[in-house]
Write a protein that binds this ligand. Sequence first.
Ligand SMILES: Nc1ncnc2c1ncn2[C@@H]1O[C@H](COP(=O)(O)OP(=O)(O)OP(=O)(O)O)[C@@H](O)[C@H]1O
Length: 463
Amino acid sequence: MAHEILIVDDEPDIRMLVEGILEDEGYTTRVAGNSDAAIQAFRSRRPALVILDVWLQGSKLDGLGILSLLQAEDSSVPVIMISGHGTIETAVAALQHGAYDFIEKPFQADRLLVVVRRAIEAARLTKENEELRLRAGQEAELFGNSVLIAAIRSQIERVAPTGSRVLITGAPGAGKEVAARMIHARSRRADGPFIVLNCATMAPERFEGELFGIEGAADGTGRRIGVLERAHGGTLLLDEVADMPLETQGKIVRALQDQTFERVGGSTRVKVDIRVLATTNRDLQAGITAGRFREDLYYRLAVVPLRMPALRERRDDIPGLAMLFLHRAAELAGLPQRELSADAVAALQAYEWPGNIRELRNLMERVLIMLPGNTTEPIRAEMLPSTVGEGAPALLKFDASADVMSLPLREARDMFETQYLQAQLLRFGGNISRTAIFVGMERSALHRKLKQLGVTSEDRGSA
Ligand SMILES: Nc1ncnc2c1ncn2[C@@H]1O[C@H](COP(=O)(O)OP(=O)(O)OP(=O)(O)O)[C@@H](O)[C@H]1O
């Protein structure tokens, strides 16, 4: 993305000179000749940087006055002062008031460009640090080795750089937000902001103010920047978009169409450049039929649809994810690393996971922290909460009880094979091909075997 620079100078020649130097380097520019125009330009959209003359003839406020106003409004935008001979002292004072640097007139193009580059880079790093802090613990990578998740990853790789809008559907906790973060991280906007608006938790009366911002009084008091503006140059995620009030849906359709909007209570149109992603765990088509969701908004958001599979559809991801979350939890809590025993893994794979990956992650953390002792002993199925732990062991343990001992070998073997294959099928979500590879049989031979043993599709877990 080209960085946009606001040039504030009362002399048209200097404005043109600076504009030319910056545009030759690929920056985009806006210009203002006095304090009113400068403040209005700054408020209508945040530039990446401001170049501000110390002395502005015929302007209500001079450079220092403008600087303090801009700093009060948004100190994350760096300001470079331009000073003439008689104004160096003021420029130095400006540094104490938060200006990034100053350059003296007449200046060399090279010197200007070096300072501009440094200022933008410094602002980027500050912002990045802040975002890293905010994002700590928020995943931007979809882990898992199953065929399903690998397919999602490759769809993301394909769609991320295109800038298309993507509608991500799937059950709660299935990783929709992670997928959205991954799209942003692999897009050309990766250096820009990633802003999430949670439509489910937003009170309807606050919605539009949050989305479009609020104009406030003429002197700027009470003005609030909305998420559309905060996401400029980056990505906006409309999380749980089905919960957006109908009236707001109508307004956002227009904003998506021409990337301009008005703040609540304002009349100037703000222009932005954002990519919009949306998630939902509801059926939006049903919402359209019921009149709860606008069809035109649906088609604007669902340019590329992406469905996140539930965890029970890709049970072969469970062992790896469970270990990942267990290791991370141990690291965070400063506890010794522990492994999972085979029966614990099987129990985890047999469970239905209504809360999907979020439930798995929380469970692994809870198990690790709640287990007594400072031991490195593997976690066994019986140590898991009973809802999870009771799922598998009956299928897995072939116990040589008296009953079995009274059977002829052939029948005992059939019994063992039935239980063994049922358990393996469950581990692989009923997928015959993957089970066959694991147990070392041809796919067709496994089919025949299952038929002969009378193992039906209900025994195989959901595919
Ligand atoms: N494939 C994955 N690899 C690693 N972590 C994941 C994966 N998918 C989800 N997670 C983790 O699971 C949790 C839930 O994921 P996320 O918030 O993306 O789900 P969601 O589908 O957006 O849920 P909701 O609909 O409830 O908002 C997060 O902590 C996330 O980091």
